[in-house]
Design a protein around this ligand. Sequence first.
Ligand SMILES: Cc1cc2nc3c(=O)[nH]c(=O)nc-3n(C[C@H](O)[C@H](O)[C@H](O)COP(=O)(O)OP(=O)(O)OC[C@H]3O[C@@H](n4cnc5c(N)ncnc54)[C@H](O)[C@@H]3O)c2cc1C
Length: 339
Amino acid sequence: MIHVMQDHFDVIIVGAGPAGLQCARTLKGSSLSVLIVERKNIVGPKPCGGGLTFQDESFGIPDSITRPAFTHVIRIGKHDTVVTLKHRLRSVTRLGLGQFLLKEIAGAPNITVLTDTKVTEIRKDGVVTSKGTFFFKTLVGADGTDSLVRRYLKLPKKITLGFTFDVPVKTDKVVWYFNPPRLKTAYLWSFPKQENVTNVGGYYDPDEIPFEKVLEEFKAFMAAEGFAFTMSQLKGAPLGILYKGVEFGNIYLAGEAAGMTEALTGEGIAFALTSGREVAKHILDPAYAMPDLKRILALKKRREGMLARARRHPRMQPTIFRWGARMMKSPKFQAFFGT
Ligand SMILES: Cc1cc2nc3c(=O)[nH]c(=O)nc-3n(C[C@H](O)[C@H](O)[C@H](O)COP(=O)(O)OP(=O)(O)OC[C@H]3O[C@@H](n4cnc5c(N)ncnc54)[C@H](O)[C@@H]3O)c2cc1C
């Protein structure tokens, strides 16, 4: 017997990143038929620090695939402020996170996962893919920064950039490195990822500072931390920060595709997971007011307000950053900052 795949679905989700997978996970067990389409053949891997904050704690990501860190060194130039966070920062490999979320939906009778399948065109009621055309009642664009669905909706976008690198060295503390005279509001990091792996990287806005300048400072940072650096191992990706909404008739956006990422730190996983979950709940119940989306958007706005203030006063940036580092010692400020 030839198995002919169903081609009409209640919901089609484009992209199996955290946003798309969490959306599918929330729709699991519902009466809706769901197709999730992913262009990569393995779900998960992506250049990313994999840092999970307090904002990610409600998604049941198991401790067994993460590594926690409480001690943070905020380094402004050569000055260190040591901060102990009330809530842990955990890190996860993106393969680990992707595979965990995939396992959560595996075997669900209402969910079909199609990997190695690229969506090449969006139509009014269907998506054209490398494996044929599939029709939807509701479409969710969770297809990342370069979202085809967002383009279909003709929404503008704004990107920032991140690059990352894994060093085979065991560390226990997190280092956040700022140097406003050289880096402006960009920053570099180093944090323990797996048992014997430390993740290092940088995050910046290309409209504010060119990559070459960030790279120069990154090389100096690596040398100061005693890490070997090879340019060929550096992996980068854009982040979508311009939020214009998640609901556009029967089309939804989630995660990077919706510009959910928060522009000050580049934190995006929690924003992707939260928007994926909220969009799914809204699909299930159009009266659902998406309170968690509102909450996390308020956090995005709060952090981006701090960024805007720092950008308005470039000469004050060293003072502003030092003040921020000191404030981070306070659990109240940590809560305000959402860590
Ligand atoms: C260097 C770097 C470091 C970062 N570090 C952190 C961090 O430490 N903590 C944090 O919270 N965030 C971090 N981020 C941000 C985080 O990676 C993203 O915000 C997060 O991955 C967004 O999830 P998403 O599901 O929206 O998009 P993605 O994870 O990008 O997933 C989108 C998926 O859609 C698929 N796709 C795209 N187009 C198509 C198509 N046409 N057809 C089929 N499939 C398609 C892609 O293959 C991908 O799997 C970092 C980002 C970078 C670049």
